[in-house]
Structure formats: C-alpha cells, structure tokens
Design a protein around this ligand. Structure first.
Ligand code: DAH
Length: 363
C-alpha cells in the first residue's frame, strides 16, 4: 500500500477511535466514503493515474474501501453496545418503589370472597385443595353416597359429557361438569392420608338460569377428618367463619336438621337477619337466612375415599359463593357477576392491592 493510502487508513482509524457516538461515526464515514470523502476523491482520481499503475492502484483503493467499511462496522458495534449499557444503567427499575395503584385492574367480588375464605379458614389451619371442573360421575355422585337411581342426579340438572371421549374414563363412568365441589372431598381423601383439613373453592355447573341461578357458579367445600372430630367442632368452625366473614361479632347462627346423602347427621345453617324498609340487614333480627349445608361425613363416603370409618371421622360443609357474596354486599341479581359489564365491575370490584387479610379486616 502506498504511503498516502496508509496515512488515510491510519487517520481513519484514529478518527473512528475518537468518534464517541453514532453522529461522530457518521461524520467519519462521510469524510472518508461520502461523495466528497477522501477515499472517494482518490477513486475518482483513478482515471488520471498512468495506465500501467492503474490496475494496482485500483485494487489497493478497493481493498482499502472494504477495510474502512469493516472498521466503521466494528466501531458501530462497540458504540451500540456502549449505548445499550448506558441505557440499561439509566433505566434501571427500582423494585423497592411502592406500586402505583391502577384504577383499571380490579378484583372480581367472587375472587375477593375466595381470598377472604382462604384467610379465615387458613387461620383455622385449613389448606386449599383443588379438583377439575370436568369430573367423573363416580366422584361427583357415587362415592358421595348418591346411588345411580337417586333423584339428586336429575335434581342437580347435571351437564353430562358425551359417553365416549378420546382418552375418557373406563366403562361404567361418565364425565360430568361437576355439580358441586363435594367431589374434591373424595380427591382429598384419596390423595393424602388423614388427618385432613381442607377447603375447596371452585367453579360448579348446573343447567339452571335465572336471577339467582347461573349455569356456572362457585362453591366452597370444607372437609375435616381426624380421630375425634365431633359435631361440636363443626359448629365452632362454622360459627367462627360466619361471624368473621359477615363482620358481625354476635351474629346469630342456627343449625337445622336436614338431609344430604354424604353426611349423617346433616344440618342446614341459617344466620340471623332483619329487613328494614325492604333492606336486608345481617345480624340479630326477627328473620333467618339459609347459608350452607353441612354434616358429619357419612361412613360410606369415608370408605369410598379409602379411609377406615372405624378409625376416623369428620365433618364437611358446602356453600355457594355467589350467594354469600350477594348477601354481604346487598346484590339483588346474580347474572351481572358473569356478564363482564365494566361498569358493574368498576362499582363492585376491589382494588388490586387492597388484599383481604385478617389483620386489616375482612368485612
Ligand atoms: N354439595 C351440596 C350442594 O351442592 C352442599 C353440601 C351440603 C356440601 C352438605 C357438603 C355438605 O359437604 O356436608 O348442595
């Protein structure tokens, strides 16, 4: 390479090293390779070079041109990586800053109720168990002591799935959309050894639709199994729960004898209320509101769950989450819960950061 080309190359290298940003880099590129750049001028002058030197000179110039282009690219990569480092430093997120509450994202009242249940029953030592929405009819009915011909199977207005689903259950069982959360009792019993203390909140389905019924709704199931669990534990547990959930310390709670196939004895539970000017007030009053069903787990249900009824006993309960949510907030109609009307959600939703906690208050 001739001296002038060597110099041009060195100058370019120096200028590139000195270019501190993309604008500086571009200035160097223009000064060397631009229309009036030094290298462009040399290429243009090629015609004036004597014919016998032209080929060699031309080759050298083109080589240098490629080299300069490569040097510019290399410097560009370095500058880009510096720029990225600088940005990452400047834009670092301070995760210790308190979050900005967003008025857009709200917690649905049913989710809030589930959170509250988890808090209240969690304090009583319950953990949360889950089961699938699509359940086999053995767990949904048979294992819960609801025999084949029992009218409850129709009363429940069950959504049955087609008999033959790929990968479906063996003969004799059908899949259903679970009609209650009670099959999770069976799953909990089969899934772990007693003692057990679980609540099972979740979606349930029945073919029913009016102001107080939706084909998809929510329930929570409770199950306690131990060696010496009695009806007294059942009463204490549910009275404490209802008083905490409704935020009424002296809430009257009444247990009425009832019947469920999966419990013996069974009871329905009412809470005290009054109606003033058509307005429902929960607390001591002249009226009662039915809230939930419960009882001592039937020995056949324990056996279906693989638990020896001579060694273990326990209680169970189940209730509708829409119902207790509607009662707590005085909502007259169930349908808007699932209509996704943003105005309803804005009105009845809960701030995302205002989590339910026993410490800050549930009710
Ligand atoms: N599974 C019942 C229903 O859907 C509710 C229920 C009642 C659950 C009594 C229980 C119970 O665990 O003991 O109507």
């Amino acid at each position: 390479m001739t001296d002038d080309l060597n110099r041009l190359r060195q100058d370019t290298e120096q200028a590139l090293a000195a270019a501190a940003d993309m604008a500086g880099l571009e200035a160097v590129r223009v000064a060397v390779l631009g229309r009036n750049g030094r290298l462009t001028a040399l290429l243009k002058g090629l015609g004036a070079v004597p014919a016998e030197q032209r080929k060699e000179r031309g080759g050298a110039l083109n080589l240098l041109k490629d080299e300069v282009a490569a040097l510019i690219e290399a410097r560009k990569a370095v500058l880009e990586s510096h720029a990225l480092d600088a940005r990452l430093k400047a834009e670092r997120v301070d995760v210790t800053l308190p979050a900005r509450p967003s008025p857009e994202g709200l917690i649905h009242p049913i989710s809030r109720t589930i959170e509250e249940l988890v808090q209240i029953f969690g304090a009583q030592g319950f953990s949360v168990a889950e089961g699938p929405d699509i359940e086999d009819d053995w767990k949904n009915f048979t294992a819960l002591n609801i025999p084949e011909d029992h009218p409850a199977r129709q009363e429940h207005d069950t959504f049955y799935l087609p008999r033959r689903l790929p990968g479906g259950p063996q003969q004799g069982t059908r899949m259903v959309l679970r009609t209650h959360t009670s099959p999770v009792q069976i799953r909990a019993m089969l899934g772990s050894k007693p003692p057990l203390r679980v609540i099972c909140p979740g979606r349930t389905y029945r073919s029913d639709h009016d102001a107080t019924h939706s084909p998809m709704f929510h329930q929570v199931e409770g199950l306690v199994i131990d060696r010496d669990i009695t009806m007294a534990h059942l009463k204490g547990c549910l009275v404490d729960f209802l008083r905490a959930y409704f935020g009424v310390e002296d809430l009257p709670v009444r247990f009425r004898p009832s019947f469920f196939p999966f419990t013996e004895p069974s009871a329905e539970v009412d809470i005290g209320c009054s109606r003033k000017d058509g307005q429902l007030v929960i607390g001591a009053g002249q009226d009662w509101l039915e809230i939930l069903g419960c009882g001592m787990v039937h020995p056949r249900v324990l056996a279906a769950g693989g638990i020896d009824p001579n060694e273990w006993q326990g209680f169970a309960f189940g209730m509708g989450l829409e119902r207790i949510t509607m009662l707590k907030y005085g909502l007259p109609d169930l349908r808007p819960f699932f209509e996704s009307d943003i105005r309803w959600l804005r009105h009845y939703g809960f701030a995302a950061l205002d989590a339910a906690s026993l410490a800050t208050g549930i009710a």
